[in-house]
Design a protein around this ligand. Structure first.
Ligand SMILES: [Zn+2]
Length: 104
């Protein structure tokens, strides 16, 4: 969610995770420059019977995004156990670019 300046409601001064409320703005250097690093979960449903015309959007911090991703990976794993046509998800489930996460 965007947090707007009280005096000028068109200026976004912060962006926060819709789940935990943490800011997703990262300070860059020492010159008050901030960049948002935010995961997003969104959907627009057209004619699905229970969601006719509904739209959703959530801004997610890194931790909440990883939680959602883990939950979806677990669901895929459980589906793959009962349906052999579905591949087991790897650690790169959902990744479309960048470097693999460091192992802990
Ligand atoms: Zn969060």
């Amino acid at each position: 969610m965007n947090i707007y300046d009280e005096k000028n409601n068109e200026i976004v001064i912060d962006r926060r995770c819709d789940v935990c409320g943490e800011s997703v703005m990262l300070e860059v250097n020492d010159n008050d420059m901030k960049l948002d690093e935010c995961g997003e979960l969104s959907a627009k449903w057209g004619y699905a019977p229970s969601e006719d015309g509904s739209a959703y959007h959530l801004d997610l911090c890194h931790d909440c995004f990883k939680f959602a991703l883990s939950t979806l990976r677990d669901k895929r794993r459980s589906l793959a156990i009962v349906n052999k046509e579905i591949d087991l998800p790897g650690e790169d489930f959902g990744r479309i670019g960048g470097h693999a996460p460091k192992s802990k």
